[in-house]
Design a protein around this ligand. Structure first.
Ligand SMILES: Cc1cc2nc3c(=O)[nH]c(=O)nc-3n(C[C@H](O)[C@H](O)[C@H](O)COP(=O)(O)O)c2cc1C
Length: 145
């Protein structure tokens, strides 16, 4: 079996994104936890972030836990893709955090869903990640354990 690319996600107290992440059937880590956001990854990984418009001047929507984790050059280099949870009611800010990070890091947006996601979203996201695992293994980035 190929290595399962871990997903590092941020989820607020509501835990909506955490619940989605935990249904993916692979290693997932919550960047809201201090111990997690102070680690460095040991291989390719994927980010899953909600967007949070705070109303500050810079229209920042990237959660602080995500920002901190991405301060590590090792983590930035090994990030292979970005996924987002958002809410279309936020209009032009929809998925802004995931899209901004993808653009700045020149990594693809692999999947986007609204709020908690549907069972189909979970299934589709799991499928995309399994394809990614296989592609990384074929590339020699992640030899079978
Ligand atoms: C205060 C607040 C601001 C938000 N801002 C945005 C936004 O700018 N863009 C967006 O797509 N979604 C926005 N959302 C929606 C959240 O990203 C979405 O509900 C997400 O699922 C929250 O996940 P969590 O509850 O696990 O942290 C916002 C939600 C809240 C409560």
């Amino acid at each position: 079996m190929s290595r399962q690319t871990p997903v590092y996600y941020y989820s607020s107290a509501s835990g909506v994104v955490r619940s989605f992440a935990e249904r993916l059937g692979r290693p997932v880590f919550n960047l809201a936890e201090r111990d997690v956001r102070h680690t460095e990854v040991d291989g390719p990984w994927v980010l899953l972030t909600p967007s949070y418009k705070t109303g500050n001047d810079r229209n920042d929507t990237i959660p602080e836990g995500v920002r901190r984790f991405l301060r590590s050059p090792v983590n930035r280099r090994r990030m292979v893709g970005v996924m987002g949870s958002g809410n279309r009611n936020f209009g032009r800010y929809y998925q802004m955090a995931a899209r901004q990070i993808a653009e700045q890091s020149r990594r693809p947006v692999l999947f986007e869903f609204e709020i908690a996601g549907t069972p189909w979203d979970v299934q589709e996201c799991a499928r995309i990640l399994a394809e990614l695992d296989a592609a990384l293994e074929a590339d020699g980035h992640a030899p079978a354990a």
